[in-house]
Write a protein that binds this ligand. Sequence first.
Ligand SMILES: [Mn+2]
Length: 382
Amino acid sequence: MRILHISDLHAGKRLYDRISRLEDLIYALEQVKTICKEESVEIVLIAGDIFDKRNPDYESQNVIMEFLTELNALEVHTLLIAGNHDSYDFMKIYKNLRKLAKIHVFDRPAKDPAEAIFHYKDLKVACLPYPDERVITHFHEERERSYADKVAKYMKALAREVEDARYKILMAHLMLDKAQIAGSELPSSVSPYYSVRTDAIPETFSYVALGHVHKNQKVEGAVPKVYYSGSPYQIDFSEKGTDKFLNLLVLEDGLVRVERIRLDLKRQLVEITIKETDNIQAVLKPAAEKNVLVKVCLQVRMGDPYYNIKRDLVSKLLGEKLAKLDIEPIGNSQPLETKGNSFDLVELYGEFYREKYRSEPPEELRATLKRLIDKVGIEHHS
Ligand SMILES: [Mn+2]
């Protein structure tokens, strides 16, 4: 039997609240479908963070609904658990799909561990959606136990439920103490307080399919094979230059073999620093010709008269590929004062004058310059 393990789709993710990443996600999901067909996959495990927001926008809901519908048409069983970015109540709506299709949604940790089990042929999958502290606390009488202890105890209860199956998988959305983070996870959610000890994962399981951490990795320090599949595309610039994978599990002769399959990326995330003396066109040309999203750091000397021209050139050369433009002042350490989109030219001239003549610009010169700029401004706008 073949199973795919993916996670952290973050449908609805936007960079800087502006640039939609849906096309990157769709490109990844297309590859998932192709692999399902080519490898005769029977089950797809999605280990949480299906959506980026608790109230996903219509477009990202549509992308996920289409994906699930197409997997169902391929006769694939899909198991979903809620992640820390997902809303339990929102995922509950998707639970209804079970009545119509091969889609199994685990919206929140089930108080009765027996309800967290998916049984298929000689396989049992125990499903642990993101164990929110408030939810997991209500499962136990002993209030003094730590978060990590409560999760460990619950995982033991899940292990007991799958013991009689030939193949035993745990799917969970969790932070493990031995995991290496990518940097794009929610900072509070990867803190040591919310980390679960890797050695607390019960030996019973033959494979543990994790979500939460965005970097694909095998976590060492547990008896079972414990893997994060990672996100299927680079979520933000902290993941620039990293490769993305999904895990293909082959269940054979009582063992689980893991194959990592590298995903092709629709757009790479790239960071470029433009130095004062750089030829902007030459530096940006390679990126402008590729499928990328670029974060540019433009180094500008205080009072550089070409500042506006340089900034406009970066925008023009990169167009929609420009995700963010950061200005890094060099020389004087004071940041440049900006008024809306343009500089106060009198101030800028003052900076220049002080640099060049090592004294304050004469008041008369400033007044003349101001009159001139006002006049040009009026003529320009009228
Ligand atoms: Mn995530």
